[in-house]
Design a protein around this ligand. Structure first.
Ligand code: HEC
Ligand code: HEC
Ligand code: HEC
Ligand code: HEC
Ligand code: HEC
Ligand code: HEC
Ligand code: HEC
Ligand code: HEC
Ligand code: HEC
Ligand code: HEC
Length: 306
């Protein structure tokens, strides 16, 4: 679906493309409106084409040949995303012998201008960026991405995950060093598996799914259900009702050091186990889950004993 969206944008770009600005080519959504107004003065004659840029910026142009932005373009008869799609029309810059005030320089642009430029093509996949905590904190696309100096093969990141994230979120680092943690530093799980840093409708940039537990059950399918006998806590509280998502001092990344204390938050110990002899003082006895083994739900036993 993502691929489809971006290639649709790209086809629009290609079919309408004769060296015109991306805002015009990529569609006419509300995001494009501002960018279009800004560059309203530009006409096709203001564009010089990528080959001209290459005469003076040989190194940048050469490297750009392997950039995903030009890779896809090359598959479509050599047209598509070119220097001027991002840097704007270059005629005045060239005629000024490289006048830097006449070309879009990303290190001088505001976050908003940068985002508008990138979103003129990428709004289809990242429509919520402007409402994300990252945009609100005045980050822009190039806080995390670099077009010419990317350190990762995929997604053009300035650093690979999780280092990229820890540069600014050092306070999250200790959780991933706890005795029980998601293997993020080990490279097995990525921050972006659970977060969409481009903005979501959920708090904490957590990925939005129809069923909020699906963030977790896509990897932990055995907890997904549906079960004949659901544990109401899993639906009502979600996985985070009992687990810490990053890491924990407790086995199974539980929120509480003792399983029994965790369970007894909701289950009165006296009421439960007069039958089995469990009851008051059960904190000191064997863990509830030594009998209630299928704690996320069961298809055969109402008390999750199997
Ligand atoms: C006649 C030579 C020439 C051509 C052609 C040319 N440039 Fe430049 N460009 C320069 C010079 C000289 C500078 C200033 C020195 C520098 O920083 O590299 C410059 C600076 C820039 C900068 C700012 C660099 C910075 O460090 O901030 C960008 C971006 C840029 N050019 C993009 C382009 C693009 C895109 C094209 C094609 C549309 C292009 N240039 C065509 C000579 C040229
Ligand atoms: C997809 C958007 C995009 C395209 C296409 C693009 N650039 Fe850039 N360019 C950027 C961004 C963003 C920066 C800021 C540095 C970075 O992110 O790598 C930049 C920086 C530059 C700079 C400043 C020096 C530097 O590396 O920081 C020059 C010069 C430049 N680009 C030239 C070009 C030329 C020449 C082309 C075509 C061969 C081109 N750019 C294509 C987005 C783009
Ligand atoms: C003119 C349209 C256009 C503009 C403007 C543009 N992009 Fe892209 N971008 C594309 C296309 C086309 C691709 C290739 C899509 C693909 O491979 O599916 C792409 C791919 C990417 C990728 C994914 C690379 C990968 O490994 O899959 C990233 C990240 C990206 N762009 C970031 C940016 C950023 C940041 C900016 C602004 C500085 C920007 N783009 C501006 C059209 C554009
Ligand atoms: C806080 C860091 C951050 C910011 C800010 C950011 N990105 Fe990303 N972006 C990422 C990461 C990390 C990935 C890789 C996601 C993954 O591993 O699944 C990514 C992936 C992408 C991709 C390729 C895969 C996809 O999901 O489509 C595109 C395109 C992209 N970003 C564009 C943008 C644009 C455009 C902006 C600005 C509007 C932006 N990004 C802002 C971190 C960021
Ligand atoms: C350039 C600095 C920077 C980078 C890089 C960065 N972030 Fe952020 N992030 C921020 C800022 C600033 C905020 C908003 C203030 C805050 O809540 O800390 C934020 C907010 C967040 C939030 C929401 C926190 C909340 O309380 O709502 C999450 C989740 C997040 N970032 C995850 C990530 C992930 C995952 C990555 C790596 C892919 C990443 N960030 C990369 C600076 C950054
Ligand atoms: C297994 C899923 C998962 C992974 C992997 C993950 N997170 Fe989170 N993260 C969450 C969830 C869920 C929350 C919301 C916690 C809550 O609501 O109590 C959260 C909350 C956050 C917050 C905001 C809460 C706070 O403590 O300030 C930040 C920032 C954050 N994560 C950053 C990161 C970074 C950086 C990485 C990678 C190093 C990462 N996360 C990896 C699931 C994950
Ligand atoms: C991208 C896949 C992925 C996602 C998404 C994910 N996990 Fe995990 N989880 C893992 C992996 C891998 C491990 C480590 C398994 C191991 O060490 O055997 C793990 C370990 C765990 C453990 C400890 C298991 C044990 O046997 O000790 C718990 C509990 C857990 N995850 C809960 C969650 C919760 C809750 C979420 C959602 C917030 C979540 N996971 C999201 C992949 C994922
Ligand atoms: C009512 C509390 C509770 C809720 C809610 C809950 N869990 Fe658990 N989970 C536990 C307990 C307790 C254990 C440890 C079981 C044991 O030690 O035998 C556990 C163990 C796990 C394990 C380790 C493997 C296993 O099955 O023993 C994973 C993975 C896991 N949970 C994921 C999840 C996911 C994903 C969700 C949300 C869909 C979730 N949990 C919701 C209490 C809960
Ligand atoms: C957040 C609250 C919460 C937590 C924590 C919790 N539960 Fe539950 N549990 C419930 C609710 C609500 C029900 C449904 C009660 C009902 O139908 O009477 C339930 C049902 C059950 C049932 C089935 C009851 C029946 O009527 O057959 C068992 C067994 C059970 N829980 C055991 C546990 C164990 C063991 C733990 C600790 C690992 C635990 N629960 C943690 C809320 C919780
Ligand atoms: C020695 C095994 C064992 C342990 C340990 C155990 N249970 Fe049970 N539990 C059972 C059995 C067997 C049943 C079914 C009893 C019945 O059907 O009358 C049951 C039933 C339940 C029920 C549903 C019936 C009711 O009375 O409402 C709940 C809730 C429950 N247990 C919670 C807990 C909690 C909480 C703990 C830990 C504090 C725990 N159990 C520890 C064996 C155990």
């Amino acid at each position: 679906m993502r691929r489809f969206l971006i290639s649709t944008a790209c086809l629009l770009l290609l079919t309408g493309f004769t060296g015109t600005r991306p805002a015009q080519a990529a569609g006419h959504g509300p995001q494009q409106a501002v960018a279009s107004e800004e560059k309203a003065a530009a006409s096709p004659a203001d564009y010089v084409g990528q080959d001209t840029c290459a005469t003076c910026h040989e190194d940048v142009a050469k490297k750009f040949g392997t950039n995903p932005h030009s890779r896809l373009a090359l598959e479509h008869a050599g047209k598509g995303v070119t220097c001027e799609s991002c840097h704007g029309p270059g005629k005045a810059h060239v005629e000024g012998g490289g006048d830097v005030t006449k070309i879009v320089r990303f290190d001088k642009a505001s976050s908003k201008q940068i985002d508008e430029t990138c979103l003129s093509c990428h709004a289809g996949t990242h429509p919520n960026f402007e409402r994300s905590p990252h945009a609100k904190a005045d980050l822009s696309c190039i806080s995390c991405h670099s077009v010419h100096e990317a350190k990762t093969d995929v997604a053009l990141l300035k650093a690979s995950q999780p280092e990229l994230c820890f540069q600014c979120h050092a306070d999250q680092k200790p959780a991933f060093g706890m005795p029980f943690h998601h293997p993020v530093n080990e490279g097995v799980v990525k921050c972006a598996d659970c977060h969409d840093v481009h903005g979501t409708f959920q708090p904490n940039n957590v990925r939005a799914t129809a069923d909020q537990n699906a963030i977790c059950t896509k990897c932990h399918a055995e907890t997904r259900g549906p079960f004949v006998y659901e544990h109401a806590a899993v639906r009502a509280e979600g996985c985070l009702g009992c687990h810490s998502p990053h890491g924990s001092q407790n086995a199974r990344m539980l929120n509480m050091p003792s399983i029994n204390t965790l369970c007894n938050q909701c289950h009165s110990r006296v009421a439960n186990h007069t039958v089995t002899g469990m009851g008051a003082g059960s904190d000191e006895l064997q863990p509830c889950t030594s009998c209630h083994t299928n704690i996320h739900g069961s298809n055969i036993n109402q008390a999750f004993l199997r």
